[in-house]
Design a protein around this ligand. Structure first.
Ligand SMILES: [Zn+2]
Length: 101
């Protein structure tokens, strides 16, 4: 079973951010990142990128970390500090949602 895909699926159902989230696994320098794409034919959405060279457990942890960014940003990404209080609260909501299941 693909834990990464399974976790992304659960997150979309249990704790969706204000815009849809697309996930990508690719080779990159960082562990991962999250961006809000506002100008798009498909409408606003988040893209979460995860380094595919990490092992699967690490990929899932990065996904959760980045999901908390999407969740805390809402449509006001520029107002929310990375890893500040809003992100911390989002992170705990993600953990809670995944562990209640
Ligand atoms: Zn971060």
């Amino acid at each position: 079973m693909d834990t990464f895909r399974e976790t992304a699926k659960q997150l979309r159902v249990l704790i969706p951010p204000v815009w849809p989230v697309t996930t990508r696994r690719l080779k990159m320098e960082d562990h991962g990142d999250c961006s809000l794409i506002k100008e798009s034919k498909a409408g606003p959405h988040f893209i979460i990128r995860v380094n595919k060279e990490l092992d699967e457990v690490a990929q899932v942890l990065v996904l959760i970390h980045e999901w908390a960014h999407a969740l805390s940003w809402g449509s006001e990404s520029h107002r929310i500090r990375n890893h500040g209080p809003e992100w911390g609260i989002a992170m705990s909501r993600v953990w809670q949602a995944l562990n209640e299941d």
